[in-house]
Each structure stands twice: as structure tokens, then as C-alpha cells.
Design a protein around this ligand. Structure first.
Ligand code: FAD
Length: 406
């Protein structure tokens, strides 16, 4: 089956392409310099964002009432797919893609008025602070406490594995606010200033080369109005955020990635011949091309599902990013086997070839756990997407106990 784009989508994509070509530096290499952790890169995306604001691009998919253009999910995907191809992103990426959609879906009117305009202008950076040492897959087990005290809440506890580079403006923090059974009904989300007294950060480097954070909250005081949504409904907000995170266009940038891998395979030589003429490499590249094409189609499938959210419910389109991650891992491993030891070098190594792009394929493997491990995503798809019987509670309790005991 061949999928095509409507005239309207083609027009949008052409406009976005032109915008990216005009605004990105000529030598810009998305896979080499696009990491959002670095302060310099963040500053660049902030000004890129502000140029986009003039056209309404960053918030195109938001309702017009909140400064958006009211684009449908498919129109939004047309914009995102072109951005993904060029490796472009808006400023304050996590605030834009995670906090804002959640506030728009589940926040009160006052919260929308407070948070949406500055996020739309790209002025706010935020970290998504959910995971704790004993609350990853078992998200409901969050132990970071928020206790009311007058007009404020006092927060104590720890988060771990949190993504993001320079210190954020806000910490979008999942807290425990009640001791109840089931425990997910006792959680709430607070917006905590990133520089609030009592907040401290410790870098947590991963084997994949990314820099995660451990964040400690020591008697951190936040005003009551920083509670997002309703008290003790934070778990549902967190699941809404995951929904946006897991559906975030995974795969729409796959075409560019394949083109770059082919560029590498053509330039690199083995036994005096270009790599892409090596039978083993060709086999691997063909497999990778199939995966990348499927990733691309999944990106559009995800967008279509999103456009049908009212009818189909939220959880179906999880599958796109799940496959994106699984293929990235599989391909990364194969890539390393076929293309040799250079693929093990990090991007910044002086010995790395071709800007370390081959290594990027391998490095990406570490990201498979972000926003939920593949096992958990399968559980979500089976349970909420396909309506299969739920896993008996006792089974999950046993898994969690085993994980806690190490
Ligand atoms: C690169 C990266 C970026 C991240 N960024 C963020 C971030 O910005 N914010 C944030 O809050 N968190 C972030 N995380 C944390 C991430 O969400 C967790 O790592 C993930 O949810 C898994 O939790 P865990 O690491 O505690 O593993 P565990 O929950 O301890 O799981 C360990 C293993 O057991 C399996 N398992 C657990 N329970 C079950 C079950 N019931 N059934 C079957 N299998 C099960 C899991 O699949 C996994 O393989 C990030 C992680 C990574 C690696």
C-alpha cells in the first residue's frame, strides 16, 4: 500500500522545510549537535522557537483560545515530520511537549492562563520529575512527600534518572500527598521552581553517554497554587503526560537518519571498497531501511490515532514509539557488529569517524527505558489498548518486591 499526503499537508511541509532551511545554520548536523542537554544548544533552540512564534508554528496544534492555530493532529504531524527530518526542535522542549499538553488537557482554567502563555513563547524550561529509586515501572510507589503547611506544601524526597541539561526553570514533580490504597490515588503534581531553596542536583551519567540527574528535595516550600490539576489526581496527570511522551512523533525523523547512515556507508571503506558494497553490510542496511520506513509510517499512524482520540481512546498509539525504540536497539547492535569497533566511540571522541554518527546509533540504545520500559509499554498496549485481561495484581506485587530486593 502506498500512502500519500494531501495537498494541504504538502503545502504545510514545504513551508516548514523552508523555515528550517532558512533558520538552521548551513553546517547544522542534527545528530551531531542536536542534543538538548547542552546549554549552548538550548539557547539556540530558544531563539529558533521565538522566530517560529511569529508564524505560530510551535503551538500550531493547540486550541486557538490558548494561542494555537487549532491544527488537527495530522496537520501538526506534517509540521513535526518536517522538523524531525531537519532535526529541529522548539525551545523548552519538555515544557512544550509534556507539561503544556497535560495542562491543556487536565489543568484548571487559571492554570492554563498561568502556564500556557510563557510555555508557548518558549520562555520556560522544565524537567519531568517522576522516577524515584523505588518508583520507575511501579510509578504509583512515589515516596517524595508533599505535606500541607499553611498556604504552602513542604516537599521532601528524591528523584532519579531525570533528563535535561542545564538547570530548569521548573520541576514538574510527582509527589505523594496521601497514604491510601490503592496508592496511585494519593499522588499529586506540583510545579516546583528549579532554584527553590532546598532543591539540589547531582549529575548521573549513563553508559549511553547521556547526562541524567538525581534531584533532591529538602524541605522545599511551594505555594498551594502550584498544585497542577486536582489534589490526589496526579497519577492520572502523569499518565496523560506519558501518553503525550510515548506518542511524540517517534519515527517521523527516520528518513533523514537512514540517508545519513547511507552517506556513511558510501564514504567508509573496507578492504578498499565502499562499505555499502560489502554483502553483510548491504543485508544489514536493507533491514535497517525497512525498519526506518516502518518507523516513518508508524509516526503517521500515531498522528492518525491521535486525531481519532475521541473515538479510540488514548492508549492505542503507544505502539509507534515502542517499535521505534526496539528497532533502534536492534539496529544499533547490528550496526556495531557489521561496521566494527568505530561504532563504539562516542561522538566527541577524537578518534570517532564521521562526527561519531555510527556511535550515535549504538548510544541510542540506552534510551529504551525512558518513558517506560518496553515490557511496561507492552503491558499498557495489551491492557488499555487491546482490552486484554489485566495482569493479576499479586503478580505485579511479586515483581516489584523482587526488584526492590535487587
Ligand atoms: C535515558 C533515560 C531518560 C529518562 N528520563 C526520565 C525523565 O526525564 N523523567 C523521569 O521521571 N524518568 C526518566 N527516566 C526513568 C525511566 O522512566 C525509568 O527508567 C523507567 O520507567 C523504568 O524504571 P526503572 O529504571 O526503575 O526500572 P524498574 O522499574 O526497576 O524495572 C527493571 C526491569 O523490570 C521490568 N519490570 C518492572 N516491572 C515489571 C512488570 N510489572 N512486568 C514486567 N516487567 C517489569 C522492567 O521492564 C525493566 O526491564 C529515564 C530513563 C532513561 C534510561
Amino acid at each position: 500500500m502506498e500512502f500519500g499526503f494531501s495537498e494541504e499537508q504538502k503545502k504545510l511541509m514545504a513551508e516548514m522545510r523552508e523555515f528550517c532551511i532558512n533558520e538552521l545554520p548551513e553546517d547544522y548536523d542534527p545528530e551531531y549537535s542536536g542534543r538538548f542537554q547542552e546549554a549552548e544548544t538550548q539557547a539556540f533552540w530558544k531563539q529558533f522557537h521565538q522566530k517560529g512564534v511569529e508564524k505560530g508554528w510551535p503551538t500550531a496544534g493547540w486550541p486557538t483560545k490558548y494561542g494555537g492555530l487549532g491544527f488537527s493532529a495530522m496537520e501538526q504531524a506534517a509540521v513535526s515530520s518536517e522538523m524531525a527530518y531537519w532535526g529541529a526542535r522548539w525551545g523548552g522542549i519538555m515544557a512544550m511537549t509534556l507539561v503544556a499538553p497535560t495542562v491543556l488537557t487536565s489543568g484548571t482554567e487559571e492554570q492554563k492562563e498561568k502556564w500556557i502563555p510563557p510555555i508557548a513563547r518558549g520562555e520556560i524550561t522544565a524537567f519531568e520529575c517522576f522516577t524515584e529509586p523505588d518508583a520507575g515501572s511501579d510509578e504509583a510507589n512515589v515516596q517524595l512527600r508533599a505535606v500541607p503547611d499553611g498556604d504552602e506544601y513542604v516537599l521532601n524526597g528524591q528523584k532519579t534518572f531525570i533528563s535535561g541539561g542545564t538547570k530548569p526553570d521548573w520541576l514538574y514533580t510527582l509527589c505523594k500527598t496521601a497514604d491510601v490504597t490503592p496508592k496511585h490515588r494519593g499522588l499529586s503534581i506540583f510545579m516546583v521552581p528549579g532554584d527553590a531553596p532546598g532543591v539540589s542536583y547531582r549529575p548521573l551519567p549513563t553508559m549511553g553517554g547521556s547526562q541524567q540527574n538525581e534531584i533532591f528535595y529538602d524541605n522545599v516550600r511551594v505555594p498551594k497554587e502550584n498544585l497542577l490539576g486536582e489534589l490526589n489526581r496526579g497519577f492520572y496527570l502523569a499518565m496523560t503526560t506519558f501518553e503525550f511522551e510515548r506518542a511524540a512523533g517517534g519515527g517521523l525523523g527516520a528518513r533523514r537518519s537512514m540517508e545519513k547512515i547511507m552517506e556513511y556507508a558510501r564514504q567508509e571503506k573496507r578492504n578498499g571498497k565502499p562499505l555499502h558494497k560489502d554483502p553483510k553490510a548491504r543485508d544489514m542496511l536493507a533491514r535497517m531501511a525497512i525498519h526506518k520506513h516502518l518507523e516513518f509510517l508508524f509516526g503517521w499512524y500515531t498522528a492518525w490515532h491521535r486525531s481519532q482520540r475521541e473515538k479510540l481512546g488514548p492508549q492505542h498509539y503507544n505502539s509507534g514509539t515502542l517499535w521505534h525504540r526496539l528497532w533502534q536497539t536492534f539496529d544499533g547492535e547490528q550496526f556495531g557488529r557489521v561496521f566494527g569497533m568505530y561504532t563504539q566511540l562516542r561522538q566527541k571522541s577524537k578518534y570517532a569517524k564521521y562526527h561519531g554518527r555510527p556511535g550515535r546509533t549504538w548510544e541510542y540504545m540506552h534510551a529504551i527505558h525512558a518513558a517506560g520500559s518496553p515490557e511496561i509499554r507492552r503491558v499498557v498496549i495489551a491492557d488499555r489498548g487491546l482490552g486484554l485481561p489485566r495482569i493479576p495484581r499479586q503478580f505485579n506485587v511479586q515483581i516489584n518486591e523482587a526488584l526492590r530486593q535487587g
